[in-house]
Write a protein that binds this ligand. Structure first.
Ligand code: GDP
Ligand code: IMO
Ligand code: MG
Length: 424
């Protein structure tokens, strides 16, 4: 059976932590989408692990980890991250790590193109992670990219990279910021025999695993509102981050997918550009940012912060149909006198309540937000072990979110460490 863990809004944190917790109950932890733009931090036994390219299930000695074909693979990061987890004492990760030969590559060439494109957009840039994710997926869509299988089995794979480089040079006026195509091709050739033992035909691998009744968990990347179709377009990533994206990016038997879990932060944050109706530019936003240590894991940028937005969370639920939620970082709200949540948007020109979630980033950036205000609990909730031990105001807050969305909150994050999570 398969469990899928997905972010609800723009990068809700705790996917890695929940996957780390759940991976002791599964045999396979897989990634289906995204690339090294992810930043999944897991703090366990006093050690902090940052995963960008590899699945966080590696932390469990019994779990096999698969990078699925929907992921764009940066080969050097695959090895540098593997070396990092080995240096931190993770048990025997190499035989437990598999990567699909169908993964398209994320090249340094794509990184150069990502940065040049962001520069061209100037003040209207997307605020990408600068890791070349957009160009990798676009060159896959336009059929010019290279797959891991090409690196392994096509001696002429470098010609495709040279052709991509020529296209980018035409587009960006000759200079790709010092990028050296022959150097990258040589480096990839040197990785060929090193990555071969990790490579699998994902269809055969998952078919066998599912036939044997193995439990699989899928670690989502990014969050629903960064989805290339359903997100706050164009301020999105370049792939599908929602349920449909997982099914396209991994060969799961649909009959064996039993649970979709949404990870939702108790307030809202966003890195990069784009509309954010509840963003607070004053004291509240700063306080959330400081207490929550809101810096992006991938880029170190300050996260924009504001109150929880149940309008966008409800929209996300209509896209992903969550079976259960993990509310994270509740403890960050411990010292607020009042806590607000967005419950409706009104049209900026007519004042009418907007039904659904606007497609236009322009309209979304102008909506008037209607809030419901809660009394804060003003009590430390860090490391609370039982739901009943949470302050009554915190439980009221949690139960309001549940009722509004119509989804049970099964896990509540009350602190950064692995054990700081309570299960209801
Ligand atoms: P992911 O991308 O969803 O895996 O999450 P990130 O790695 O971007 O963010 C996780 C960060 O949030 C880590 O530093 C965690 O320790 C921290 N974190 C996760 N859950 C909680 C929580 O419930 N409370 C607090 N205070 N921090 C948390
Ligand atoms: P995890 O998996 C938060 C954001 C970037 C930018 C937009 C497009 O840890 O939740 P990209 O480099 O993907 O082309 O950037 O998406 N973004 C994330 N925000 N968490 C992430 O990963 C993100 N991955 C990309 O900030 O706004
Ligand atoms: Mg993250």
């Amino acid at each position: 059976m398969a469990t899928i863990v997905l972010g609800v809004q723009w990068g809700d944190e705790g996917k890695g932590k929940l996957c780390d917790i759940l991976s002791s109950e599964v045999q396979i932890c897989a990634r289906a989408t995204g690339g090294r733009n992810c930043g999944h931090t897991v703090v366990t036994n006093g050690v902090s692990y940052d995963f960008h390219m590899l699945p966080s299930g590696l932390l469990h000695p019994e779990t096999t980890n698969l990078i699925g074909p929907g992921v764009v693979l940066h080969v050097p990061t695959f090895f540098s991250e593997l070396a990092d987890v080995e240096a931190k004492g993770v048990v025997n990760p190499q035989p437990r790590l598999k990567v699909s030969t169908r993964c398209a590559l994320n090249l340094d060439l794509h990184t150069a193109a990502d940065r040049l494109r962001e520069g061209q957009l100037g003040s209207k840039n997307i605020g990408t992670t600068g890791r070349g994710i957009g160009p990798s997926y676009s060159s896959k869509a336009e059929r010019s990219n290279v797959l891991l299988g090409d690196l392994l089995d096509d001696e002429e794979f470098g010609d495709r990279i040279r052709a991509m480089e020529r296209d980018y040079k035409l587009r960006f006026g000759g200079d790709l910021g010092g990028y050296d195509v022959e150097k990258e091709i040589k480096e990839l050739e040197a990785y060929r025999e090193r990555i071969r033992p990790f490579s699998v035909d994902d269809i055969e691998f998952l078919e066998e695993a599912q036939n044997e009744g193995k439990k699989i968990m899928i670690e989502g990347a990014q969050s629903a509102l960064l989805d290339n179709t359903y997100g706050t377009w164009p301020y999105v990533t370049s792939t599908s981050t929602t349920f449909g994206g997982v099914m396209a990016g991994l060969n799961l038997n649909r009959r064996k997918v039993d649970t979709v879990i949404g990870v939702l932060k108790a307030y809202c944050t966003r890195v990069g550009s784009g509309p954010f109706p509840t963003e607070d530019f004053g004291e509240i936003g700063n306080k959330l940012q400081e207490i929550g240590h809101e810096f992006g894991v991938s880029t170190g940028r300050r996260r924009r912060c504001g109150w929880l937005d149940l309008v966008s969370a409800q929209y996300s639920h209509k896209v992903n149909h969550y079976d259960a939620l993990n509310l994270t970082k509740l403890d960050v709200l411990d010292t607020f006198e009042e806590i607000r949540v967005a419950v409706a948007y009104e049209h900026p020109d007519t004042g009418e309540t907007i039904k659904g979630f606007p497609a236009s980033a322009k309209l979304l950036s102008r909506v008037q937000v209607v809030y419901k205000t809660f009394k804060g609990w003003n009590t430390k909730t860090t490391s609370t072990a039982k739901y009943e031990d949470l302050p009554v105001e915190a439980r009221e807050y949690i139960e309001f979110i549940e009722d509004f969305l119509g989804v049970k909150i099964v896990w509540v994050g009350c602190g950064p460490k692995r054990d700081d999570i309570l299960v209801r």
